[in-house]
Design a protein. Sequence first.
Length: 258
Amino acid sequence: MGDVYRELASRDDLRPGLEVDGLFDRLVRLVLTAPAETVPAVLDDIEMRHLAPRLRALCARGEGELEHAWANRIVAARSARDELLRFPYAGNYRRLSRMEVGMLASALPPRVRSLAFVGSGPLPLSSLYLAAELEVHVDNFDRDPVALAAGARVAAALGHDALCFREADVLDADLSGYDVVVLAALVGDTPEAKRRILGRLARTMRPGAILLARSARGLRTLLYPPIDRTALDGFELLTEVHPVNDVINSAILARAGG
């Protein structure tokens, strides 16, 4: 895994292409196929503990480049929907979103009135799926205006009008009026940053509102920062799901005011 990191770190450009795609595919395969009994030793390895935050940063950069590239392709395509189906991770997004909709079904009232998706990025596929499945208006928040504008163009190209796009940092945004707040995996690039964000949400979300936060477990924490349970003070933990298939992210469901 260190070899993959060094090859990625040596590149100035992480835009999708044959070599970059191959390196990230190799990294994901290593994470998903490692025998369970080897995971503790890998995570406790001194070199890997040093590399982990840098590897997550590279993965975040690579994901951003991939989403921007595909956002441009979808917007420029004669058929945006057909182009979306060619996105190599479309199936992963759908499986993750289905898992999350199933989790939400156990905690939500029959009719959800409002949902905020924090960290929607340039390719807001999860927001689109949640809006359709829950039949709810979704406000997408992102602090990156370029990513936000790209996401808005994708939604328009796909003919979705149940999404709104708002530039804001989660530490400043007013999310007190939402029934559901979804926290994307890359919002907060370290466990400490996650703790600060979750602390503010605990103080400002409406009591009884639902938080759905994406996390990671095991070797998947080399790709995405995890959320420690102790960071959920002020929330009632409802459920936590850790996929064992090719879906990378875990999901945590909690109720504000707990």
